[in-house]
Each structure stands twice: as structure tokens, then as C-alpha cells.
Ligand binder design. Structure first.
Ligand code: AGP
Length: 611
């Protein structure tokens, strides 16, 4: 989704803002732009369709000199990705604005502004905000007052950053939905869509809440609430460093993140799971000890890959903790009426903690009778974490590739911890609990072994490049693993992939199976194996080509139409985590062979901050 960086300093800001945009590239975008105010208080702007590198090239040829500026990566919503639609938008030559989100009442505002004589250059909803600010400046407002007036009129979800020739000593920004973080330097201050963008200039941050407006000056930062009252906000020092988003020796961030999984999982276990000791409820927050024994049902809500993690956890929750568990995608949950079971926990999963649908579902849950909201999230400063009473952080480290990998496997590790906490609180068998803790502790080593399949999977992927479609099959907790494998493949290789519970094959999708349809199956050595084998025979009998990721002992032989790739065993209930790793590698290598943009696949955004 769109990314914002803006700031005011004693030095030229172009390169700071450009570097910020580079560090926001992972969010996904289709054009980029930057504007500054020069020493004569004139606005200058460059915009380019395509990558930040193209904007960088334009700025290298003709730099923009100015000590206050705003910059943006645009993920098109209103109007196609053209230079005219790219941000910053300028009104009347004096107000420049960047925007993340959607202004829902842009149409009536546009009509009103046109009637007042304002000219629209773009098809965007953003331009109405630029003209509206110019309108209030004309009526005598300073920039802060103008933004406050406009914020009161806008409907929808948005973050804005604005500079104006009329009021050159400040950058004004606001948040109503998409995140905005304030970065504190010495004699310079910034705002950005996330902390990563500003790490080269500061590690000191505050987080804007919805409805707040921030007035940045070189020597001061003032934050105002919806009513216009000044609020004091704590400054936090981030533990992240600017280097944390380097690709290192890897060709892509996604590849690096796949290979970081043993470490990310260890970090997510660290200090929480010890083989011979029950987990401490305190890891979820102080209220957890009293709450956990009261929980009789769990509702999980998430999107995309995080939703798949929730689907796997449902099997664990019901089997290990004996607690009824429902899972729903947030974009559906937020818009329907629910029957909430008594003493239910509302559990959200999100890598970013900024997914608009998940945040809206949390809001919706407040009007329902949940005992508490628990967030499993990878970003400690995120909106989701701030809005949940209980939190379990995944310590995956920054995930830059749009296709989620280590965030998924660490979510599963965190989910298993929640399942164990609930099971313990209901007096689960101590030996079973100990065995599961042991399985968690062995997982990093087993994932390391699964990663050793990389050269073999590269050769398998080579055979996929020319295929247009793929079917993924799994049963039980391995059905969501198949869904995740299919999502990875379609996201980054653009190969159409669908996942089915293997038993559903004969109810329709079998009609698709022929020699051109690769079928990828996940085969754990469990009590459903014989059923799965029958499903695989159904594929084979119709000439389909099978690629089976199998645990040791499944006794499937390589042969015509049957390719077996053995995945390490011994992971017990955590086998869905281990089985995911080769599917990630398969998607990755297929995309590399196809030559797609692995880390920033077309049309997708890392942090989905609009509905
Ligand atoms: C995963 O590969 C996706 N890019 C996407 O489905 C993602 O998981 C989804 O948008 C949810 O994001 P979140 O975990 O940050 O809430």
C-alpha cells in the first residue's frame, strides 16, 4: 500500500526522503514522487511511474533542493498508475500533499471544489484534500488549522502529510486509519508510514493515534487530538537498526526470510518454552492468568497467510486444548452479525498489525461479548498490538518480501504456545504437554533440515515454469498448508493455483486433472495417510502428474506420474510448520525461473492498510 515519508530539517531533505521511500518499497506500489519547499518558499516536485530507482534517477539528474519535503510511493486505488495520478498532488502551486488510504466522500467534495473554480489534474481522491487545504489557507488559516478543518470534513481511512508555501516552517500530517509514525531527530523531525523508513535518521519514535494531527517544526513537534487539544506522547526508542533490512548474501528478501526461519522460530520460543516447565500465562500480559481458565471458545480472525495460520491452529485448539474454535477472514467477519459463544476469546493474527480489515474486525468485536482480545503480531508498535488487551509477539524480525514466510511459521509457533496455555489451564495431561513443548524446541533444527531440500526443490521448480495451473491437496491440518502453498505460488509466480481438501477432489476438481495439471500433495505419516493415498491414485488414474511432499515412512514410490520428495519427520503435531517450508521454496524457485518480481509481485502490497 502507499508509503509516506516527510520531514523538516536544517539540511536538504531530498536524500533522506528518497532513502525512506526505498525502505518502504516492500509495501508494494506502482509510482513514486517527492516535493520540497526551497529557500524562496517555492514548491518543486518530481514524480515517476515505476520503481523508486526511476525517481532516484530523475532526482540525480535534477536534484530538488529544500529543507522541508514530502514523498510517497503510490499503490493505485482511484485512477490508474500514471505520472499525473502519482503523489505529491499540488493545489494552486502552493500546497503539496501525499496521502495513504481512501477518501470516501471525494465525489461531493470534488463537485463542490470544481464549482469554486479549482482545477483537477488527476483522477485521484487525494487531490480534493489538496484543494480543500488551499481553500482554507485562502480563508486565513495557517497550515495546521487548514489541515484540522479538512480532517473534520473527510470520510474514510487516510494518512496525509502536507507542506505549503504560505507556511513554510512546518510539515503537517494526520492519521485516521493507515499508520503514521513520528521520528524525532536533533533539529529535524519526520513522519513516515513505518519505523523502517526513518531508521537511517533516528531511532526515537512516537505513534500517532487515529484522529490526531501532528505539527512538525525543526525545533518542536506538537500532536493534537480530534478536538484540537494538545496531547503529550511518549517517545520510544526502537531496538531496530537501519541495517536490519539488508538482503545480505541472498538474491531476494523472500529467500533470505525463508532461510531465516530456524532463527525466527528460536527467537519466538526464547524465554517462553522450556521442556520441563509449563508455559507462563504472563507471556500474554498481566491479565492472562485470571482470564485463561475462563475461556471456553476461541474466534480467530485474520487475512491471507495469517488466516491460513489460524486455520491450522483450529485443529490444534480442538485436538489439544479441547476448546471449540472458529476461524474467519477479517473482511467477512467485520460485516456480519455473529453468535458469540459464552466466554469467547477473540484472537487476531497479523504480521504487520496494520491490516485494515483485521483492525476493523477488532473494532467490531468491541460491541460483542468477548472476554478479551489477543493479538499475535510481528510488529510491537503496531495498531493491532496497541488495541489488544493481550499480546503475543512473534519475533520473526522485519519481513520485507510481500509473500509472507517466516511470519507464517512464527505465527504457528506462537499459536501452539497459546494452545498449550489454554490446555494447561484446563488441566491437560502433563506428559502430553511436555511432549509438545519438546516438539516446539526441536522445530528450529528440523526446519534447518527441511531447508536442505533447496537444491532438490530447485530442480522440481524448473519443471513448473511452463505450467499455467496447479492443484494443491492436503487433509486435516495439512489442508490449510496446501492453501498456503497455493497462495505462495500464485502470489509470486502468477501461476494459477488452487488448494482442496484431498477428499473433495472427486466432488469437482478432478475434472481439471490431465497431463498438464501438476498436483502437489502434502502427505504426513498420520492416520489419514491411506485415505490420502486413495485420493492420489484418483489423480494418477487420470494421467495427472503428482508431486508429493511426504514424511518418512509413507511408502510412496517414485515412478511415472509420481514424484516423491521426502521431508524430515519427527515434528509430531508441528508437522504443518515443517511441510510449509518446501512449498515456500517451490514457489520461490518457480518465480525465480519465471523471472517475476519475487519481493514485490505485481498488484500486491505488503501492508494492506485500505479496505
Ligand atoms: C501473504 O503472502 C500475503 N501477502 C497476505 O496474504 C498477508 O498475509 C495478508 O495481507 C495479511 O497481512 P498481515 O498478516 O500483515 O495482517
Amino acid at each position: 500500500m502507499c508509503g509516506i515519508v516527510a520531514g523538516i530539517a536544517e539540511r536538504n531533505v531530498q536524500d533522506i526522503l528518497l532513502e525512506g521511500l526505498r525502505r518502504l518499497e516492500y509495501r508494494g506500489y506502482d509510482s513514486a514522487g517527492l516535493a520540497v519547499l526551497d529557500e524562496q518558499n517555492q514548491l518543486h516536485r518530481r514524480r515517476r511511474v515505476g520503481k523508486v530507482a526511476e525517481l532516484g534517477q530523475a532526482l540525480a539528474e535534477t536534484p530538488l533542493i529544500g529543507k522541508a519535503g514530502i514523498a510517497h510511493t503510490r499503490w493505485a486505488t482511484h485512477g490508474s498508475p500514471t505520472e499525473l495520478n502519482a503523489h505529491p498532488h499540488i493545489s494552486s502551486g502552493r500546497v503539496a500533499i501525499v496521502h495513504n488510504g481512501i477518501i470516501e466522500n471525494h465525489a461531493p467534495l470534488r463537485a463542490e471544489l470544481k464549482a469554486l473554480g479549482y482545477n483537477f489534474e488527476s483522477e485521484t481522491d487525494t487531490e480534493v484534500a489538496a484543494h480543500r487545504i488551499a481553500y482554507y489557507l485562502d480563508r486565513g488559516d495557517d497550515l495546521l488549522q487548514a489541515v484540522q478543518h479538512v480532517v473534520a470534513e473527510l470520510e474514510g481511512a487516510y494518512a496525509l502529510a502536507v507542506i505549503a508555501c504560505d507556511d513554510p516552517g512546518r510539515v503537517v500530517a494526520c492519521r485516521n486509519g493507515p499508520p503514521l509514525v513520528v521520528g524525532f531527530g536533533i533539529g529535524e523531525h519526520f513522519v513516515a508510514s513505518d519505523v523502517q523508513a526513518l531508521l537511517p535518521v533516528t531511532q526515537r519514535f512516537s505513534f500517532l493515534e487515529n484522529g490526531e494531527v501532528v505539527d512538525l517544526r525543526r525545533d518542536e513537534v506538537a500532536i493534537y487530538d480530534r478536538e484540537g487539544d494538545r496531547v503529550m506522547r511518549e517517545i520510544r526508542v526502537s531496538g531496530l537498526t537501519a541495517g536490519a533490512i539488508d538482503r545480505g548474501q541472498y538474491r531476494h528478501f523472500m529467500q533470505k526470510e525463508i532461510f531465516e526461519q530456524p532463527f525466527a522460530i528460536s527467537e519466538t520460543l526464547e524465554g517462553r518454552v522450556i521442556e520441563d516447565r509449563p508455559l507462563s500465562p504472563g507471556v500474554l500480559g498481566v491479565a492472562a492468568e485470571a482470564l485463561l481458565p475462563q475461556i471456553e471458545a476461541v474466534q480467530i480472525v485474520a487475512c491471507g497467510t495469517s488466516y491460513h495460520a489460524g486455520m491450522i491452529a483450529r485443529y490444534w485448539m480442538e485436538e489439544i486444548a479441547n476448546i471449540p474454535c472458529q476461524v474467519e477472514v477479517a473482511s467477512e467477519y467485520r460485516y456480519r452479525r455473529h453468535v458469540v459463544l459464552p466466554n469467547s476469546l477473540f484472537l487476531t493474527l497479523s504480521q504487520s498489525g496494520e491490516t485494515a480489515d483485521t483492525l476493523a474486525a477488532v473494532q467490531a468485536s468491541r460491541d460483542e461479548h468477548y472476554l478479551a482480545r489477543l493479538a499475535i503480531c510481528n510488529v510491537p508498535e503496531s495498531s493491532l498490538v496497541r488495541e489488544s488487551e493481550l499480546v503475543l509477539l512473534t519475533h520473526a524480525g522485519p519481513e520485507i518480501g510481500v509473500a509472507s514466510t517466516k511470519a507464517f511459521t512464527t505465527q504457528l509457533v506462537a499459536l501452539m504456545q497459546v494452545v498449550l496455555l489454554l490446555a494447561q489451564s484446563r488441566g491437560a495431561d502433563a506428559a502430553v504437554m511436555r511432549r509438545l513443548r519438546g516438539e516446539l524446541l526441536q522445530l528450529p533444527g528440523l526446519v534447518e533440515k527441511a531447508l536442505a531440500l533447496d537444491p532438490l526443490i530447485t530442480r522440481v521448480a524448473e519443471r513448473y515454469v511452463e505450467r499455467g495451473h496447479a492443484l494443491f491437496l492436503g487433509r486435516g491440518a495439512f489442508y490449510p498448508v496446501a492453501m498456503e502453498g497455493a497462495l505462495k505460488l500464485k502470489e509470486i509466480s502468477y501461476i494459477h493455483a488452487e488448494a482442496y481438501p484431498a477428499g473433495e477432489l472427486k466432488h469437482g476438481p478432478l475434472a481439471l486433472v490431465d497431463a498438464d495439471m501438476p498436483v502437489i500433495a502434502v502427505a504426513p505419516n498420520n492416520d489419514m495417510l491411506e485415505k490420502l493415498k486413495s485420493n492420489l491414485e484418483e489423480v494418477r488414474a487420470r494421467g495427472g502428474e503428482l508431486f508429493v511432499f511426504a514424511e518418512p515412512g509413507v511408502a510412496l514410490e517414485n515412478g511415472p506420474g509420481m514424484n516423491v520428495i521426502e521431508v524430515p519427520g519427527g515434528s509430531g503435531m508441528l508437522a504443518p510448520v515443517l511441510m510449509t517450508v518446501p512449498l515456500q521454496l517451490l514457489a520461490y524457485h518457480t518465480a525465480v525461473f519465471k523471472g517475476t518480481d519475487v519481493d514485490q509481485p505485481r498488484n500486491l502490497a505488503k501492508s494492506v492498510t485500505v479496505e
